[in-house]
Design a protein around this ligand. Structure first.
Ligand SMILES: [Cu+2]
Length: 286
């Protein structure tokens, strides 16, 4: 018993030290936008509600064997005891209350955090089209007429509507510090509204395994003030490359750990053409 406890203690200390040294990122607990804020609150709230069960059960799991275990006949022995209204009330009442609380929270936040729901703001929503490729992210700015690979920028405090599709297998578009991940699937368009309320460069990646180069399928989401965003757009517009048919064919080749690329111009219909390439063609992609 004692050795087991010591061993358990060693394992937990080692795990705690390893986790603190591993460079784990607690992005979900460092939100930089209103959606991520609300989601962090949800995570903490749900964990706290679960602890209402986990903490007493853990305590009882240790306490009962210690107090009532073999050789511990300190309490009165009651073999003909069979029913208690108090226990029934607790074991039914508490779970019912927890389910009602969780159901209410789920109902409300499923609507308030619906990814399709626009974010209220005095600024108009900006549209960014996102395409998952093998293994990089393509960003198309239809309003600015530019495109980029593995780097995107957005003005702070401006809602952004991301239209997301895939030119390959399923991926999931995720910038943890801004909230809500959304699946990128070929032949269809998913939408997620996100907003950054603090300037910074946030890591984005695919949250759905998509093959060999998946680990390097990362991008920077640069949130900056309006001037900084306009400067970024100007920089991309000044890039030597454009995203034409031959460059697109090149992008469709599998590649890993791709450094950011800027395209001064892009076919304005490219996003819908990529969707149409797969639409209604299950197992029959051109
Ligand atoms: Cu799943």
């Amino acid at each position: 018993m004692r050795r087991t406890l010591i061993r358990l203690f060693q394992v937990s200390i080692t795990t705690a030290v390893a986790m603190s040294l591993s460079g784990c990122n607690y992005w979900l607990f460092d939100p930089k936008g209103p959606i991520a804020d609300e989601q962090m609150f949800l995570i903490i709230l749900c964990a706290a509600v679960m602890l209402i069960v986990v903490v007493p059960v853990t305590i009882m799991g240790v306490w009962f064997p210690l107090r009532y275990g073999k050789g511990k006949r300190t309490e009165e022995y009651q073999p003909d005891w069979e029913h208690s209204n108090k226990i029934e009330a607790v074991v039914w009442g508490i779970p019912i209350l927890i389910i009602i609380a969780l159901a209410t929270i789920t109902w409300i936040t499923s609507h308030s955090l619906d990814p399709r729901q626009p974010i209220e703001s005095d600024k108009p929503t900006m549209v960014v089209q996102v395409v998952a490729m093998d293994w990089k992210w393509l960003f198309i700015y239809p309003e600015q007429g530019i495109a980029s690979i593995n780097e995107m920028a957005m003005p702070v405090n401006t809602p952004v509507e991301f239209l997301v599709t895939s030119d390959t297998v399923m991926n999931s578009f995720f910038i943890p510090q801004l909230g809500t991940q959304i699946y990128a699937m070929s032949g269809m368009e998913n939408r997620v509204h996100l907003m950054a309320d603090e300037a910074g460069t946030y890591r984005g990646f695919s949250a759905n395994y998509s093959g060999f180069g998946f680990a390097g399928m990362k991008f920077d989401a640069i949130a900056t003030d309006q001037t900084g965003f306009e400067a970024w757009v100007a920089k991309v517009k000044a890039a030597p490359q454009i995203l034409d048919e031959s460059e697109l064919a090149h992008l469709r080749e599998k590649s890993r750990d791709v450094a950011p690329i800027h395209y001064a111009s892009v076919n304005p219909l490219l996003f819908s053409e990529i969707i149409e390439r797969y639409a209604g063609a299950l197992g029959n992609a051109r």
